[in-house]
Design a protein around this ligand. Sequence first.
Ligand code: SF4
Length: 422
Amino acid sequence: MEEAKRSLSKEEAVIEAERCLYCYDAPCEKACPVNVPVPEFIQSIRTSNLKGAREILEEAHPLIETCGRVCPEESFCQASCARAKIDSPVKIRELHRFVTDNTDPFLNLTLQKLSRKKVAIIGGGPAGLACARELGRNGINSVIFEKKDLGGIPAHEISPERLERLIVEREVKFILKNFVSEVKDKKITSLSDIEKSFDAIFISTGLTGELELENINKNLRGVYFARELLKIAKSGLKTGLGKRVGVIGGGNVAIEIATVLKRENPERDVEVVYRRGLKELKAFKDEIEEATNAGVTFQFLAIPLEVIGDERVKGLRVRRARLGAFDSSGRRVFEEVPDSDFVIPLEAVIIAIGQKASEYFPEVEKTEDGLIKVNEEYMTEVKGVFAGGDIVRGASTIVESVHDGKEAAAFIEEYLEGGKNV
Ligand code: SF4
């Protein structure tokens, strides 16, 4: 399946680059979790120096190909763009993608001579890969432990229409070839599973469990978790679902799977069932727009109560909700409306309410939600054991995981050199 969005043409990119004001304080750069020097790479596009633009991006960002496509710019760089005060923000992500689409990966980074130090990286998603790249640049060996194919969520769970698998594979291959000592096909769930031959450990397993709704029978035929369907779509196969599908949830994964299912079969009715209203949806605005344009519909203010059906799904019973006061996090709470139950006839129900941390790594301190606790230097309470990405933050963006991997690598290095943590 091809990606839905095309890259900017050269002419379009130069025109867009010319809109940049080259702000002296570069708020866009500050808003970027990995601090990409935005005005500098845009300036290189303006002067048709695409190789130079790629060098600038590569220097700052370990996963430029992936993030050039799926980084939520409306939450980061573009949200701070000074040009918005004049007309509209510079299309930074599209310029970023234009560079990666029109240049080949090449190694412009200075590599240090290999040291004898060796770091185990548990999990080969964005945080683990970013950490491995930064360590590799500085001559530190890393071994990635990963049971699945590497690449994490971008490789397995983002729809191919937003991010082709090939793009992620190319990026992963580049990192492995140039910065990683070894990859081991082994699932690690405890620090005791790791050989004693490592000088430090970085845990970046992400969130591997699924949040479930207590009253929804997940064993009924026709009930699925969104992530299992996204994996099918990513591998190029059809989900084979029927004509009426309901998706429970209001985050990015819910909107993404709804869009994938609608595009897979435009005749299919795909309805997102959400307890709150449009304004409260947690998904990114452009993804909601994409879903709406694809024909996905929404059943707002509807609380899922139970899946109807004996052997297989026949519908979803919901209760009307209304929005009440604001809670401590600033979100409006929903209240049930008495005597307002109704059934949405459905052939499949998709659960997309989020992920949770697994119970792995009992040796390190965790939060109530099972997330790993780290100090400001990404170290857990176990000396030499670091962690980052979703397993520390909870569900977040790819670029935030990349940030963690990059930052953690710097602190691991300091630790290995006998810095202040020792
Ligand atoms: S904030 Fe916008 S206008 Fe200013 S340097 Fe960044 S991209 Fe250019």
